[in-house]
Design a protein around this ligand. Structure first.
Ligand SMILES: Cc1cc2nc3c(=O)[nH]c(=O)nc-3n(C[C@H](O)[C@H](O)[C@H](O)COP(=O)(O)OP(=O)(O)OC[C@H]3O[C@@H](n4cnc5c(N)ncnc54)[C@H](O)[C@@H]3O)c2cc1C
Length: 323
């Protein structure tokens, strides 16, 4: 059977939303292959998340609770995912194209002797499965076919809606991959940046600032606007390289890819490398003092203004509306 296996991601005891977009991709793929969607989940005490996953439109959830999976290590996870793929007869194995997915799936592909596609944005059946993926900062879209019987895919989650729970109870099965902990690899620590704000790639609203803000202190007004709207904060690479914003805020070709409902680009010129990470946003608002700035070509709402005046004023007005 040409089944599709989704590798689920979780953090701090909660399912990550990117997994739901990967499930949508898997459902579309399974419709083309005529197979079923299965989900695999590795961790420790993940029974609750496994039950939650069973509420989506999938045939089955396999989960493994083991100290070897308590912290993500590609060396421990890859053989277990490969074992799960064989157990459910998967011909397609997919995961979100997140930091974890990009690290893990090449190893899984190697274990399964499978060809791989990174960052798939669509799937179709045209005399065999074909996947589209962006190249060159999204300026070229290529169509890829994988010749091996098993195909391993990372999914650009911003291109697939999050699957909705249907309440249908899929089978939930604890399994022992029999692969355990890899020799010579030891988990040391995980330095997670803790924030009260939503995770950048999951946020409904993102407020991003650019080099035009001229200092890290001036990002305070970006944070104030984001907090008013319950959003996440992002930045351009130029702002990060200038030391105005931390690295994990970077959006773009070499940063994170986001597609929120509402994206504010403040003092950002709109270089193609930045657009590669945000042009899928549903509504783009640009604030820039240069009317010729390329960001206005992709924005739905443009304000030619000095950000130092416009952003605090906008934040105050929005606070009145929100309160
Ligand atoms: C291989 C490669 C990968 C890259 N990857 C990324 C990436 O992942 N993400 C990314 O962002 N970039 C990336 N870049 C860099 C990219 O090319 C641009 O240099 C960068 O995006 C520019 O950032 P910026 O818009 O903040 O700065 P600038 O281009 O300097 O623009 C600043 C803007 O602020 C406006 N401004 C100034 N003062 C004010 C004010 N007071 N009020 C309002 N507006 C004002 C200006 O009019 C200008 O439009 C990459 C480049 C390369 C070569």
């Amino acid at each position: 059977m040409a089944n599709v296996l989704v590798v689920a991601e979780h953090l701090d005891g909660a399912l990550r939303k990117v997994t739901l977009s990967a499930i949508t991709f898997a459902q579309e793929t399974a419709e083309l292959t005529g197979g079923d969607v299965h989900v695999v989940l590795l961790g420790q005490d993940v029974d609750g998340i496994a039950e939650e996953l069973a509420g989506y439109d999938v045939a089955g959830v396999l989960y493994a609770n083991d100290a070897a999976y308590a912290n993500y290590l590609a060396e421990n996870y890859a053989p277990a995912i490969a074992a799960a793929a064989e157990k459910v007869d998967a011909t397609v194995v997919c995961a979100p194209a997140s930091t974890t997915g990009k690290d893990l799936l090449p190893r899984v592909a190697a274990k399964l002797d499978a060809g791989m596609v990174s960052d798939a944005i669509s799937v179709e059946d045209d005399d065999g499965l074909k996947f589209r993926r962006p190249l060159w900062a999204g300026n070229v879209i290529t169509t890829v076919e994988v010749a091996t019987p098993v195909k391993v895919i990372t999914v650009r989650t911003t291109d697939f809606d999050a699957a909705e729970p249907t309440g249908a109870g899929a089978s939930v099965e604890a399994f022992d991959p029999g692969t355990g902990a890899a020799d010579g690899v030891e988990f040391v620590s995980f330095d997670l940046v803790k924030s009260e704000r939503p995770e950048l790639t999951d946020a409904e609203v993102v407020v991003a600032g650019g080099r035009g803000l001229r200092s890290g202190e001036n990002f305070d007004m970006i944070m104030a606007l984001a907090d008013t709207l319950g959003g996440a904060v992002g930045a351009t690479r130029a702002a990060v390289d200038s030391g105005y914003a931390p690295n994990d805020w970077q959006i773009g070709q070499t940063g994170k890819v986001v597609a929120p409902n509402l994206y504010f680009a403040v003092a950002i010129s709109g270089a193609i490398q930045h657009l590669a990470g945000m042009k899928g946003s549903k509504n783009i608002v640009a604030i820039n003092k240069d009317p010729e700035a390329p960001i206005f070509q992709v924005s739905d709402y443009g304000l030619v203004a000095d950000a130092f005046e416009a952003v605090p004023e906008l934040t105050e007005k929005l606070k009145d509306l929100v309160d």
